[in-house]
Design a protein around this ligand. Sequence first.
Ligand code: SF4
Length: 284
Amino acid sequence: KDFRNNVKPNWCPGCGDFSVQAAIQRASANVGLTPENLAVVSGIGCSGRISGYINSYGFHSIHGRALPLAQGVKMANRDLTVIASGGDGDGFAIGLGHTIHAIRRNIDMTYIVMDNQIYGLTKGQTSPRSSAGFKTKSTPKGAIEPSINPMEMALTSGGTFVAQGFSSDLKELTSLIEQGLNHKGFSLINVFSPCVTYNKVNTYDWFKENLVKLSEVEDYDAHNKEAAMQTLMKHDGLVTGLIYQDIEQPSYQELIDGYDEKPLSAQNLQLDENYFNDLVKEFM
Ligand code: SF4
């Protein structure tokens, strides 16, 4: 099925987000989805436009809030495959609380972060993923804080599928998204997606020189959390591939009685008609 629509992306030529869009479209087709059973929910930022560029249900939401909306969509309609997406500012600054709780909640959905280590839409400010010393208009003398490491954070938050890709490696990125879509639980895929207009440090060439592919690391075991953490620390988070997967952990939905019978939106919650009146009275 074709996940392309006739909307022309207005990202800058060369922006890494083009490849993320292509990878989502290819992966969705490869796992057998159709446009009517996929929902893409995005946040705010250049990356947030992606929900309008994919032929599926789409919701361009508000800053840092793609995950609450996406989780609501999945809980209300179990028949939809749900992808949330946004930038590193969206997911690791204003939305960080939602990210951590979504990871530990393990709802069956996929979160794809387009990580360009800068705020692009607002014309180039330091983001939580910018390295210490990074100079922009907002940190003209260089960022003082070190950057967040989202993969280490995901491991310590109970992540059951933690992966990282690179826009320039469309084959690996497509495969990671396919694996994430097939994972029973919350899959987080952070994608190094260069901002060619404002980030002149973390360029395609910089990533090609610094990234390590886990598929080329001898005996790397993506089911060993301790080894995953050690590998991330050794390479300062600059790895691509499937970092960690736990296939034993049940998803949030699997722990809810009746979820499999019909969507929650169609279930009778069997609340007494006075339930809400009594609740209000309690707080009066
Ligand atoms: Fe992409 Fe940067 Fe242009 Fe935004 S400003 S579209 S992130 S290259």
